[in-house]
Design a protein around this ligand. Structure first.
Ligand code: SF4
Ligand code: SF4
Length: 463
């Protein structure tokens, strides 16, 4: 069946009152120009129009027109393969709200086809903190025991991948050049801030949360704690489970209303995008719409709060001067211990943009500005850094083959960059990139940018 052939004439809605029908106005904005195709990782990888944004939008239209049944396996396949990266939204000149349409379509199809078992388990665990907390504790024990790293190096690649993801979450400190300039603590006050501590961030990346607090305090923010917060609901929303996503959003709205004066600092791009969309998620619930929108307007990615607020305590060594006078290949940075990266020259850092920062939140300059402000760093280019890494929430677990295919060129670009550190501001991306590097026997870690900021506020003594 050619499922991308254009429909002939408007037909009565075959899925009235469905989430997709309610979002259908966005479909009409598509003029089928195809500008989004080169920005789509699944189209670039699979070369199938049905796995392109334009093809998927046409599928959505044909679902509404009744030309395709919602339980059609072809529809499920092509929509399941979508990463939800929203690279197509950035590329689209017509403003098609692809992310909202995808979520609405998945929510509609969810009632007509079963959710894959592994996705159901993950979503159920993330919706229940009494299940999630022990699960993350168990993961930390496996990580600390070294079993995760050992299994990652021992098992066949695809089976090893989840263990490599876990192993790659271990903290890494970037001491850099210990005698060089450091970041100066701010003397000017900044707004009061509170943090979304998150679920995976607190469970596996507590060191990133600690670094975020250090960076916020170092830049003059007063930090207040928000109790009662939890998972943001992004995984559920992206999977079409809007009911659970809304329930989790409401819990966070109630929590953040307790600190109404504080901006909400988020160090996970996917969670930040979700919180910024709480207003949209709850727009048709009168009791919540206004409260959700009010919380959304207070949300800031950590890079938005740090950009322009970082100053070195003495003139930093010019990255160009330093790098031109030092042969990178003869003075490679070394991981002095299993957790501290030390170098006598600028640390070569490559930045990979999380899709939910670049495309969903449209934040591109701030993370680079932050990294450029950290003394002792040489920012090196990473080819196709704006393309998805294939992580996409639980995509790499439920669509492993396509995820691997999307990841392969990303890994090659990371290796080509010859960076000491890969940085990215999202837990899923950190695990995906970190696992790929680990399995490729690279010593380069994947690190959150805020860790480099926090480490530059301190002058570590030699161990
Ligand atoms: S989604 Fe946008 S870029 Fe893609 S075909 Fe439609 S109008 Fe063109
Ligand atoms: S969200 Fe990403 S994978 Fe899905 S159609 Fe858009 S660009 Fe392609």
């Amino acid at each position: 069946m050619d499922i991308t052939a254009p429909s002939r004439a408007p037909l009565p809605c075959a899925l009235p009152d469905s989430p997709l029908a309610n979002a259908a106005a966005g479909l009409d904005a598509c003029v089928h120009c195809g500008f989004c195709l080169p920005a789509c990782p699944t189209y670039v990888t699979l070369h199938d129009e049905n796995d392109s944004p334009r093809g998927r939008l046409l599928l959505m239209r044909r679902l509404l027109d009744g030309e395709i049944a919602p339980d059609d396996p072809d529809v499920g396949t092509h929509l399941d393969r979508c990463l939800g990266c929203r690279g197509c939204e950035t590329a689209c000149p017509s403003g098609v709200p692809y992310g909202a349409l995808l979520e609405a379509t998945r929510a509609t199809l969810r009632e007509h086809r079963p959710t894959p078992f592994i996705a159901r388990v993950v979503l159920d665990v993330f919706a229940r903190s009494w299940l999630l907390k022990p699960a993350l504790l168990g993961a930390r024990i496996v990580r600390a025991s070294g079993i995760a790293r050992w299994l990652a190096r021992t098992l066949p690649a695809r089976v090893a991948f989840p263990f490599a993801m876990l192993a790659s979450t271990a903290p890494v400190r970037i001491a850099g050049n210990r005698t060089g300039p450091r970041l100066r603590r701010a003397t000017q006050p900044a707004p009061t801030a509170t943090m979304l501590t998150g679920c995976v961030m607190q469970g596996l990346f507590a060191h990133v949360n600690d670094a975020t607090a250090t960076a916020l305090r170092g830049t003059g923010h007063t930090l207040v704690t928000t109790t009662g917060q939890g998972c943001c609901g992004a995984l559920h929303a992206h999977a079409g489970d809007l009911h659970t996503a809304r329930a989790l959003a409401k819990r966070n709205i109630v929590a953040f209303e307790r600190v109404p004066q504080a901006v909400i600092a988020v160090n996970s791009a996917g969670c930040g995008a979700m919180l910024k969309e709480y207003g949209h998620l709850l727009h048709d619930e009168p009791a919540w719409a206004e409260r959700a929108a009010a919380v959304s307007t207070r949300v800031r990615d950590i890079s938005e709060l740090l950009a322009g607020r970082l100053e070195a305590d003495e003139p930093a060594v010019s990255a160009h001067d330093a790098s031109s006078s030092t042969d990178a290949s003869s003075a490679r940075a070394s991981v002095a211990s299993s957790s501290t990266l030390e170098t006598s020259r600028p640390v070569r850092v490559a930045y990979d943009a999380p899709c939910h920062l670049l495309h969903a939140q449209r934040i591109s300059r701030e993370p680079l500005a932050v990294l450029q402000s950290v003394p002792g760093i040489e920012l090196v280019p990473l080819e196709d850094s704006e393309l998805c890494c294939g992580s996409a929430g639980i995509y790499n677990l439920v669509e492993p083959e396509t995820s691997d295919a999307v990841l392969a060129p990303k890994l090659q670009h990371m290796l080509n960059a010859r960076a000491d550190v890969i940085t990215t501001g999202n837990p899923g991306c950190l695990m995906q990139l970190g696992a790929a590097l680990l399995l490729a026997d690279s010593a380069t870690p994947a690190v959150h940018p805020v860790v480099l900021v926090a480490d530059a506020f301190e002058r570590p003594s030699r161990d």
